[in-house]
Design a protein around this ligand. Structure first.
Ligand code: MN
Length: 244
């Protein structure tokens, strides 16, 4: 068997969906253990209120990743728009290396840009404005300085509102701007891009400044685990089924 690397994103893990967590545990124990590396490209969690939130649930997820890391599988994490407050403390607990929001890796000879992908949805002007603030220096500091109980309340209210208000989901529904994709790929001098966020799994053949290129989109984990498996010769979008 050829060496291969896995990419996942948009699991949106939360205590209310143990079936998703179980699917992840199965994937880590039976599949990821055979990989050369595992990249988690954001929105691992539905919400993240701070590394000091030592809930049993969060610890169970950290432990599952750490077990894999301890077996020698390198684990990498890029923040999503739901869990951008993950810091070094959690990353260390989970045995993961935090990567910058856009990162170029050499994927079996192909320079490949990896990211969560929310920054590609430039048509959502309101969100991009929030993103600049949320990824800046003062906003996270301010939020993380609030008592944990306050942050928990804010997150809980946010969850209730987003359940009631479908319009709040428009950010996830909105697709990437094709011009932005080309711009970002050209800037990074790559012909391969892997991202999540849009929940529209696909391998798109595109052209970047006259060169053949690929944009690979990871799927979410709402109904099954969406997994990208890459080896030297093959790119495969796979699904890991939930166990009943
Ligand atoms: Mn997202």
């Amino acid at each position: 068997m050829q060496p291969f690397t896995y990419f996942i994103s948009d699991l949106h893990l939360c205590a209310q969906r143990p079936d998703i967590s179980q699917c992840l545990f199965d994937f880590l124990q039976t599949q990821a253990i055979k990989a050369e590396a595992l990249y988690v490209l954001g929105d691992l969690f539905e919400a993240w209120i701070g590394d000091d939130d030592n809930s049993e649930f969060n610890l169970s997820i950290a432990t599952a990743f750490k077990t894999l890391a301890d077996k020698g599988i390198p684990l990498y994490f890029i923040h999503g728009n739901r869990d951008f407050l993950i810091r070094k403390t959690f990353a260390q607990q989970a045995g993961m290396t935090l990567l910058p929001e856009q990162y170029v890796i050499n994927l079996y000879g192909t320079p490949t840009l990896i990211m969560h992908g929310d920054e590609l949805c430039t048509r959502d002007v309101v969100y991009q404005k929030f993103r600049r603030k949320a990824r800046g220096w003062w906003w996270p500091r301010l939020v993380l300085s609030l008592p944990l109980s306050t942050r928990r309340k804010i997150a809980e209210n946010g969850r209730k509102t987003s359940q009631k208000n479908h319009a709040k989901l428009s950010m996830e529904i909105m697709d990437v701007s094709p011009e932005e994709v080309i711009k970002v790929m050209a800037q990074n001098q790559v012909t391969q891009l892997i991202h999540g966020h849009t929940h529209r799994p696909a391998i798109h053949e595109i052209s970047v400044n006259g060169q053949r290129a690929k944009r690979i989109v990871l799927g979410d984990w709402y109904d099954q685990g969406s997994i990208l498996k890459v080896s030297r010769d093959q790119l495969q979008l796979l699904n890991q089924q939930f166990n009943a």
